[in-house]
Design a protein around this ligand. Structure first.
Ligand SMILES: Cc1ncc(COP(=O)(O)O)c(C=O)c1O
Length: 394
């Protein structure tokens, strides 16, 4: 970090030494047990996957993969340009219409990722006259959106609608936006969306819910946490979603009132200056959405798998979270133990997520399990057995 108070002598440095500081940073991460590495996944992986976010098991559903292939054959490998230039195909338009309809909202706007959708909502719906009240455990993309906004940001205590109301009541800014994940991605607990809405409404604020982990799992037929809270179509409520979890594809969307969507279309930088979502991804998401609408029991099964996983892990003596949606976490004694535990699970044929600081806001390292709705009871029992057998002491 450069200290702007102290003059810096810009001595010449050998080009090969310019990035030396990165090696020191990597050493520090290694010493803290925070090294991260990439592993390429084989197409035919024999490992049982509880690490991805394919909550409904749709990513390889024949209707989804066929729709992706058909879209690529028909429209090409990429969108060719930004949405406002050449990057909007009929598939994007249909997907937006059907997503909005499914969520009970007036309109939707598709982005190239959920991350981009969150940056768009937070930057376009705020200004220097807006106070953002953001849950302390919100996803990194919401935090980055807050940072990019030119608003004052208040980091509210986790899951505390009363604290949110207090901050809103004391604000000096004319506008306010309350922002929260619907389901917190690490522990899988749900926000009290109805109470957040009541707090926002009592103080003239808008509500933004990141429903990345709620769409396809919560609400009637999986229509999401906003619908579950009775807020579908509410004029003061906006949701962001990802197409990359329950919908087995890639991309994101903002769903909400028509005038919000129009404003984002005309002003959101991550919409305007980004190439449109690839047609194959739009086609796959649309096919998955249609499957979910035809078979709404998929959402209930994902929730049931989560309950079964949690109950069986707890019965095995492990500290599993009580799931509100389709994420179950299991506490590990520390970051190194969590990494070793996840590796031992993999060796035993089970892929699980491993979350540790700085990805966990409370400093607790965990395994994270995706309660896929397509898991059989035998697969659930097998997963629990592997996790129990490989559990670290402590
Ligand atoms: C809560 C939450 N919001 C947003 C995102 C970002 O979505 P995407 O992966 O589509 O960029 C994720 C995904 O990782 C997430 O977990």
């Amino acid at each position: 970090m450069v200290n702007s108070a102290a003059p810096v002598t810009a001595e010449p440095l050998a080009p090969a030494a310019v990035f030396d500081w990165l090696d020191q940073a990597a050493d520090l991460r290694a010493a803290a047990g925070l090294t991260r590495t990439l592993r390429s996944r084989p197409a035919e992986d024999p490992v049982l996957d509880l690490a991805g976010n394919d909550y409904l098991g749709l990513v390889r559903h024949p209707a989804v993969t066929r729709a992706a292939a058909d879209a690529a054959l028909r429209w090409g490998g990429g969108a060719t340009g930004s949405r406002l230039v050449t990057g909007t195909t009929a598939l994007h338009t249909e997907l937006e219409r059907e997503l909005a309809d499914f969520c009970g909202a007036e309109a939707a706007l598709v982005f190239s990722s959920g991350y981009a959708a969150n940056l768009a909502a937070l930057t376009a719906l705020t200004d220097p006259d807006t106070l953002i009240v953001s849950d302390a455990y919100n996803h990194a993309s919401l935090i980055d959106g807050c940072r990019l906004s030119r608003s004052q940001v208040h980091r509210a205590p986790h899951d505390d609608p009363a604290a949110v109301a207090e901050v809103l009541a004391a604000r000096t800014q004319p506008r306010a936006l309350v922002v929260s994940d619907s389901v917190f991605s690490v522990d899988g607990n749900a926000a009290r969306v109805g109470e957040l809405s009541a707090a926002a409404r009592a103080h003239g604020a808008a509500l933004l819910i990141d429903d990345a982990h709620g769409l396809g799992v919560l609400g009637p037929g999986g229509s999401g946490a906003v619908a579950a809270a009775g807020l579908a179509g509410a004029p003061d409520t906006v949701a962001t979603v990802t197409l990359s979890k329950s919908l087995g594809s890639q991309g994101g969307a903002v769903v909400g009132p028509r005038r919000v969507i129009r404003h984002l279309t005309e002003t959101a930088r991550t919409f305007i200056f980004d190439t449109g979502l690839a047609p194959a991804a739009a086609g796959a998401a649309l096919a998955a959405l249609r499957l979910l609408r035809a078979e709404p029991e998929r959402a209930e099964r994902a929730r049931e798998v989560a309950r079964l996983l949690s109950a069986q892990l707890t019965a095995a003596g492990l500290r599993a979270s009580t799931p509100d949606a389709a994420v179950v976490s299991v506490r590990a004694p520390g970051p190194e133990a969590a990494v070793a535990w996840a590796a031992d699970c993999r060796t035993a044929g089970l892929a699980v997520g491993c979350f540790r600081p700085p990805s966990v806001p409370d400093g607790i390292s965990r395994l994270r399990l995706t309660a896929r709705g397509d898991l059989t009871d035998a697969q659930i029992a097998h997963a629990v057995d592997v996790i129990r057998r490989t559990a670290p002491l402590g």
